[in-house]
Design a binder for this molecule. Structure first.
Ligand SMILES: Nc1nc2c(c(=O)[nH]1)N[C@H]1C(S)=C(S)[C@@H](COP(=O)(O)OP(=O)(O)OC[C@H]3O[C@@H](n4cnc5c(=O)[nH]c(N)nc54)[C@H](O)[C@@H]3O)O[C@H]1N2
Ligand SMILES: Nc1nc2c(c(=O)[nH]1)N[C@H]1C(S)=C(S)[C@@H](COP(=O)(O)OP(=O)(O)OC[C@H]3O[C@@H](n4cnc5c(=O)[nH]c(N)nc54)[C@H](O)[C@@H]3O)O[C@H]1N2
Ligand SMILES: [Mo]
Length: 762
């Protein structure tokens, strides 16, 4: 097998831009490593194009007027990772026990290649052995039916198509629960809760065209160069028009500093770069609420002065009066907040926030773009709400070029919610489903990710089915979770590649390999297409053409149907086999359930740029209880949920430029200049000295949650880095062992992975 060396670490500042020749070289590296030839280029040429396939990496929108190559370095890596010629076969499993494989790194597990056969775990030998699909489905069915439906969880990761997701949610409800946590529970659930409460929609209000009309972008906690690189084109075009980009991020992320378009021959030849951010504020982790309060303080003060001087107002009073609720209380709280508290919390000087406020006050249309740096805090929902507060002050929602723009993670994570993957009854048309399928749907709220973790640990959850993803590796509290997983009765994982979750077996355990989205999916009626929803609510068809990795793979809809038929009683109104034979019939069923969103779904499937599902808040129709957009008065100014103390740091868990979530493509975080290791502990020079440590010293981190539980990660390399004092950085998922399951956003249950209280143990 190919093991990449993870020793000989090297950390030195990266001098290049995001994009540029580095991204071309990175692509030239990965194709041969995956043993790929010209077929890879053929597939890359179809990526994100109408009638092509939708990238399996991020959820950034796919424009109608696409570039000749509408993929980025990360998208190309994701494609190569799925198309790889390497295979993880029954012979491989015959050679390795799970105990042995648990000693492997995430990279080595997945890099070994695509899964080829359905496998059953044999406790006698501690190995997986190949089985037939029928045997697998029969036993899974028998075992799940023996359990109380309330004790069974159906997890999904946001890559799964709308078609398979719809079937999966329906299966769970017909089985008797809404235990449908998905990756969104660890991700943008703070957005879904926060934007819904504030604006009446659970999603962002902007579209790609808004980039053409905005005059300022406020950018919070999203690492565009690594995690949504195609957006760099939009940002670059904005900069060319003179749009101001004001960034708040504890780390200087290269994509937010400089970009060279790898698709532009002139930029490449001349090494021309575009500076992206016009202001860059390195605030402390978890201090966005405080920073925005600071900006709002200036705006409100200036507005007071303007009023006194009979000048033009700074705030949009007409909008506030006509469209919002809660302004007076909000403004009073902002006026009362002390500058000393804001400066201490953010680590920023008042003048920096004044400079940002000036840009905001001048701009006619402001977009606020944000990611995990906002949502993954104890006050993650409040942080989202604070961004909305800022936008509402000048009517920056529901007009061209303005609005909240959460950057979703997985390529279909937003879409899964649209078609019923949710634990919350109010988000599904249950009565409609009941009428359509003649069954009694559960009303009791299902388990989300955090509640599933609690249930696995306390034993009340007896079975977990995973439709994609790497649940056990992605969730917090790795120690207790890995210890508890083997006590499950049933663990079924549907996947394309081997990952650490698969190495923890329950009493009955299956690993079911599926087709990926890039592969041709042929069913009884011929080749099939699927669909996904992007970050701006546009729905796209996607057609895979590549040869499947193995003749034994089933598609995700076929696997869901296989399980559904074994665990549910026959129901003449649900034709699982008919759906699998022709996915357009699943889309007809989806259209029946959600007629407004999916009108003429099959007809419009391949509309260039996708079909926009509409967004009431963008028309200034507020579907909140008050029928207005609502300000939220901030309570605490820190989002961390814990107090600062001597020796207690705020740990930020990070993605590198060489990973997709728990999938590790390699050991080169190019933009951060870190090579050969993922064991770095990023730390401010002054903090290193103050703690009596030295560069390169190996230390341990311990969680400091005050709950008496020992959580520890050893072998971390002290690495001087440009990060605010009092904050530390380390990679996810390796650092998840330090996150208590109860350290999550209070209102959305998103694990608070961006400010974890820790101490350093030399
Ligand atoms: N190539 C690639 N693409 C991806 C992914 C991937 O792993 N690899 N993952 C996908 C998924 S599922 C998701 S959710 C997204 C994730 O994409 P992002 O939302 O970019 O998530 P992260 O990389 O975790 O880090 C977010 C950024 O927040 C900053 N940050 C940390 N704490 C704070 C804070 O308190 N305040 C502020 N203002 N900033 C903070 C960090 O420095 C970092 O730059 O990307 C998606 N796209
Ligand atoms: N500490 C910390 N923890 C975090 C985060 C963080 O920033 N910090 N981020 C959180 C976020 S935003 C997210 S979204 C979660 C991610 O959590 P998950 O979505 O559960 O994890 P992934 O790493 O995306 O899942 C990778 C696996 O998906 C499988 N897979 C890939 N393609 C397919 C496919 O087409 N079909 C199927 N069935 N399987 C496939 C492969 O086997 C692969 O091993 O992690 C969360 N955890
Ligand atoms: Mo995510």
């Amino acid at each position: 097998m190919t093991k990449q060396r993870s020793d000989e670490p090297e950390v030195k500042p990266f001098k290049g831009p995001a994009g540029g020749w580095g991204s071309v070289r990175s692509l030239a590296d990965i194709l041969p490593r995956e043993h790929l030839g010209p077929e890879a280029y053929r597939e890359l040429a179809r990526q994100n194009k109408p009638d092509g396939f939708m990238c399996v990496s991020c959820a950034w929108p796919k424009p109608a007027d696409h570039h000749p190559a509408e993929f980025c370095e990360e998208g190309a890596k994701a494609t190569a990772w799925e198309l790889t010629r390497l295979r993880t076969t029954p012979e491989f499993f015959a050679e390795h026990t799970l105990a042995e494989l648990r000693g492997w790194k995430d990279y080595d597990l997945e890099q070994h290649g695509r899964l080829t056969h359905p496998m059953r775990y044999d406790p006698g030998t501690d190995k997986y052995v190949a089985v037939s699909w029928d045997e697998a489905f029969d036993e899974i069915g028998r075992e799940l039916k023996r359990l109380d439906p309330k004790s069974v969880v159906f997890y999904s990761s946001g890559r799964t198509s709308l078609e398979a997701s719809y079937m999966y949610g329906l299966m769970a409800r017909m089985f008797g629960n809404q235990n449908l946590p998905d990756s969104s529970n660890m991700c943008h659930e703070s957005t879904s809760v926060g934007l819904k409460a504030a604006l009446g929609v659970p999603v962002g209000t902007t579209q790609l065209k808004d980039f053409k009309e905005t005059d300022a972008i406020f950018f919070f906690g999203q690492n565009v160069g690594s995690n949504a690189p195609r957006m760099l084109h939009d940002l670059r075009d904005c900069r060319k028009r003179g749009v101001e980009i004001v960034t708040f991020n504890p780390l200087k992320e290269r994509g937010l500093e400089r970009f060279t378009d790898p698709q532009n021959p002139v930029e490449m030849a001349t090494l021309k770069e575009t500076a992206i951010s016009t202001q860059y504020h390195q605030l402390r982790a978890g201090s966005d609420i405080a920073a925005i309060i600071g900006i709002c303080k200036f705006l409100i003060d200036w507005d007071d002065l303007a009023k006194a001087d009979d000048d033009l107002p700074v705030l949009d009073h007409d909008f506030i009066a006509q469209h919002t609720k809660g302004f007076d209380e909000f403004a009073a709280a902002i006026r009362k907040t002390e500058w000393a508290d804001i400066e201490r919390e953010t680590g920023l000087a008042r003048e920096e926030l004044e400079a940002s406020a000036r840009i905001y006050a001048k701009a006619k249309a402001v977009m606020a773009i944000y990611g995990m740096g906002i949502t993954q805090h104890v006050k993650g929902v409040e942080s989202v709400r604070m961004i909305v507060n800022l936008l509402l002050l000048r009517g920056n929602v529901g007009k061209p070029g303005a609005g909240p723009t959460p950057v979703r993670g997985h390529s279909n994570v937003q879409g899964q919610r649209t078609v019923g993957i949710t634990e919350k009854t109010e988000l599904v048309p249950v009565e409609k489903l009941e009428a359509q399928y003649g069954f009694k749907a559960p009303r009791e709220k299902g388990l989300d990710t955090v509640e599933t973790c609690r249930g696995v640990i306390d034993g009340s959850v007896r079975a977990v089915v995973g439709l994609g993803g790497n649940f056990l590796r992605a969730v917090p509290e790795t120690g207790a979770m890995e210890e508890a997983w083997p006590r499950l009765d049933v663990s079924v994982q549907i996947a394309t590649k081997l990952n650490r979750n698969h190495l923890f077996a329950g009493r009955v355990t299956y690993l079911l390999p599926c087709l990926g989205r890039i592969e041709q999916d042929v069913q009884a009626s011929g080749p099939q297409a699927v669909s996904t929803e992007d970050s701006t609510s546009c729905i796209h068809g996607s057609r895979g053409k590549a040869k499947p990795a193995s003749p034994y793979l089933l598609s995700e809809p076929a696997i869901v149907a296989g399980i559904a038929k074994r665990i549910l009683d026959d129901n003449p109104k649900v034709d699982w086999d008919g759906w699998v034979a022709d996915y357009s019939t699943i889309r007809d069923a989806i259209e029946d359930t959600y007629p407004a969103i999916f009108k003429d779904y099959n007809k419009r499937l391949f509309t260039p740029g996708g079909v926009w599902k509409g967004n009431k808040a963008s028309e200034r129709i507020w579907e909140t209880p008050s029928k207005r957009a609502e300000f939220l008065t901030p309570g605490e100014i820190s989002a961390t949920g814990f107090k600062d103390a001597d020796g207690r740091y705020r740990l930020i868990t990070l993605r590198s430029n060489d990973q997709f979530n728990t999938t590790i493509y390699g050991y080169h975080d190019r933009f951060r200049g870190i090579k050969g290791t993922r064991d770095v502990l990023l730390m401010h020079e002054t903090d290193i000295a103050a703690a009596g440590l030295a560069e390169g010293q190996i230390v341990a981190l311990e969680s400091d949650a005050g709950d008496g539980v020992q959580r520890r990660r050893d072998g971390m390399i002290v690495t001087p880095y440009d990060i605010p004092r009092g904050c530390l950085g380390a990679y996810y998922p390796e650092a998840n062992v330090l996150i208590p399951v109860e350290h999550h956003a209070e209102k959305s249950h998103v694990p608070a992975a961006k400010s974890v209280p820790v101490r350093i143990r030399p």
